[in-house]
Design a protein around this ligand. Structure first.
Ligand code: 13P
Length: 255
């Protein structure tokens, strides 16, 4: 059965010493849960996050798709894997927008993360003009298919998809639960077409975009939303704890 995942994407926030404080505060605030709690701190705080231990599954916010070589400033999967990182965010819209990530690099990274035995958290999302024009469904299907090109049926249950509408990220505007569920159901249907219905049911599909303590329960109640990729609210221990509690309240534990 697919996992319920509450994941904090810290983005470019928290120096190592600040990260240490936040990790301790999170540990003290989070309710016990059967769900997966993940943190994606900046590279320089990954070792500390791994050392913090339970309950955190630790992921990186990016990686390079080659194992090593002349790629100044990049971080490879063997480096991440060696320090205990278990997941990598791939294709976040901020990386697509500001750092030139394309569907092609997202695909290369997805394949590399799977090859390394880690979990790719593949982000897809439409812009406001794409939503308003009604083209979003085609845009999202295109991003999904491109990201998964070459991913086998055996590998796909290890993939996590994050639906993050660009217009909802960091804006305080959240997709309504119905809007998010409509897309997540469509993505699962598309996974069923690309693979098969059983495999589609095993893939965790997260929602991201201004998720917070106030709206988490209504989003997480939706059948096809298997958790959240949370930015701003994940830096506030009480708020992140409330989101984990909302998942405890509305989602049955799955092992
Ligand atoms: P916010 O929760 O700050 O809108 O960020 C969402 C996000 O981009 C998570 O990856």
């Amino acid at each position: 059965m697919r996992r319920i995942i509450l994941a904090g994407n810290w983005k470019m926030n928290q120096t190592p010493s600040q990260a240490q404080v936040l990790l301790e505060e999170l540990k003290n605030s989070l309710p016990a849960t059967k769900h997966t709690v993940a943190v994606f701190p900046p590279y320089l705080a990954l070792t500390q996050a791994v050392a913090a231990g339970e309950p955190f599954l630790v992921g990186a916010q990016n990686c390079h798709f080659e194992d090593k070589g002349a790629f100044t400033g990049e971080i490879s999967l063997p480096m991440l894997s060696e320090i205990g990182v278990k997941a990598v965010i791939v294709g976040h819209s901020e990386r697509r927008q500001y750092f030139g990530e394309t569907d092609e690099t997202v695909n290369k990274k997805t394949l590399a993360v799977l090859r390394a035995g880690l979990i790719p958290v593949i982000c897809i999302g439409e812009t406001l003009p794409q939503r308003e024009s009604g083209a979003y469904a085609e845009v999202l299907k295109g991003q999904l298919c491109a990201a998964l090109s070459g991913v086998s049926a055996q590998q796909v249950p290890y993939v996590v998809i994050a639906y993050e509408p660009v217009w909802a990220i960091g804006t305080g505007v959240t997709a309504s639960a119905q809007q998010a569920e409509e897309v997540c159901a469509m993505l699962r249907e598309q996974l069923g077409l690309l693979y098969d219905a059983d495999r589609a049911l095993q893939v965790s599909i997260l929602y991201g975009g201004s998720m917070n303590a106030g709206n988490a329960a209504s989003l997480l109640e939706m059948e096809n939303i298997d958790g959240g990729l949370i930015g701003g609210a994940s830096l506030k221990p009480a708020e992140f704890a409330a989101i984990v509690q909302a998942a405890n309240d509305v989602k049955e534990a799955r092992v």
